[in-house]
Design a protein around this ligand. Structure first.
Ligand code: NAX
Length: 328
């Protein structure tokens, strides 16, 4: 057997963690032949609950699970890790302003970025799920100067998967028929799920839908507000689907995206599609050998341009805010 891949998960005692850890341990991330060692980071008061989760992991007797270490010190937990899934974050409390939210998360993601910089493995890849995901990833990246910037990403795969599911339902086709879905911009209500470059059974998705009103006034808001709809229905935010998307994201990044398809990932912009450098924004990307490449050459019409620009403007504001707070 090979050396175990070391995967760190933060916020491991939370809702997403409760789904994510069992998927990783069962081999959903790297396959059944790759042993995985879990490194679980929590805040001190949550360690007891995390011990309970580890008891359950033990009780699954997963053949792929080579070991579990838990703790509240990032420098210990991140030591030698190959993948870091940063899920734990500070949620927006009642009456909390955006600046307060960004500052509270800066207090989590700046030290975690520094710790990764010091102790992670040379091949570290970092995925941020905890909200505000794009800007939290920017904070972590900016605090890890020795790690190449392209090793930092934020999760928009849940939005991507939601968009595929909504489109498949609208057209009455299996999700496997849908390719080249794109989420542009921020993982927030301003995100832009793009049907103009998506394909259904090899045909253009926007044309297959043939209904601009549905696209604009049903599809886009349904995808963008799906998180709120789940809270409304379930009384708790999406967890299993967020865990599943985190697996999809990290797996495709490590093992490569499918031929003739692409995925959505929020990555540091290189200026492609007029998205300014210095923010982490969602793009269509292909992945291979642990690297991502932004898909080039897509034509962006005025409608899409306006939607992308609006979401990117929000990311630029968040970037300016965390810069003003001295977090990046
Ligand atoms: P929970 O509140 O259930 O769990 C979060 C856990 O993080 C808690 O156990 C907490 O103790 C821990 N934590 C807090 N600060 C920490 C720190 N400094 N180090 C380590 N652990 C820390 O939230 P959950 O439902 O699991 O959601 C986690 C995050 O994912 C939230 O920020 C949430 O907004 C975000 N989401 C992101 C999504 C995406 O698509 N990018 C979708 C789902 C989800 O909303």
């Amino acid at each position: 057997t090979s050396t175990p891949v070391k995967v760190a998960v933060t916020g491991a005692a939370g809702q997403i963690g409760y789904s994510l850890l069992f998927r990783i341990a069962s081999g959903a991330l790297f396959g059944k032949d790759t042993p995985v060692e879990l490194r679980l980071l929590e805040i001190t008061p949550a360690l007891k609950a995390l011990e309970g989760v580890v008891m359950e992991l033990d009780d699954c007797a997963f053949p792929t699970l080579a070991g579990v270490q838990i703790g509240d010190d990032a420098n210990t937990i991140f030591d030698g890790v190959n993948h870091a899934l940063l899920v734990g974050a500070r949620p927006r409390g009642p009456g909390m302003e955006r600046g307060d939210l960004l500052e509270a998360n800066g207090g989590i993601f700046a030290p975690q970025g520094k710790a990764l910089n010091e102790v992670a493995a040379d091949d570290i890849r970092v995925t941020v799920t905890g909200n505000p995901a794009n800007t939290n990833a920017l904070i972590a990246m900016s605090n890890a100067p020795d790690i190449p910037k392209e090793r930092f990403s934020a999760l928009t795969r849940l939005d991507h998967n939601r968009a595929i599911s909504q489109l498949a339902a609208k057209l009455g086709v299996p999700v496997t028929e849908i390719k080249k879905m794109t989420i542009w911009g921020n993982h927030s209500a301003t995100q832009y799920p793009d049907l103009f470059h998506a394909e259904v059974g090899g045909k253009n998705a926007a044309e297959a839908v043939g209904d601009q009103d549905w696209l604009e006034n049903t599809f886009i808001p349904t995808v963008a507000k799906r998180g709120a709809a789940i809270i409304e229905a379930r009384g708790a935010s999406s967890a299993a689907s967020a865990a599943s998307a985190t697996i999809d994201h990290a797996r495709d990044w490590a093992l490569g995206s499918a031929k003739d398809d692409w995925v959505s990932m929020a990555v540091p912009s290189d200026g492609s599609y007029g998205v300014p450098e210095g923010i982490i924004s969602s793009f269509p990307v292909t992945t291979s050998g642990g690297d991502w490449t932004i898909v080039q050459g897509l034509e962006i019409d005025d409608f899409s341009r306006g939607k992308i620009d609006a979401s990117v403007a929000e990311l630029s504001e968040e970037r300016d805010a965390v810069k003003g707070l001295g977090l990046i």
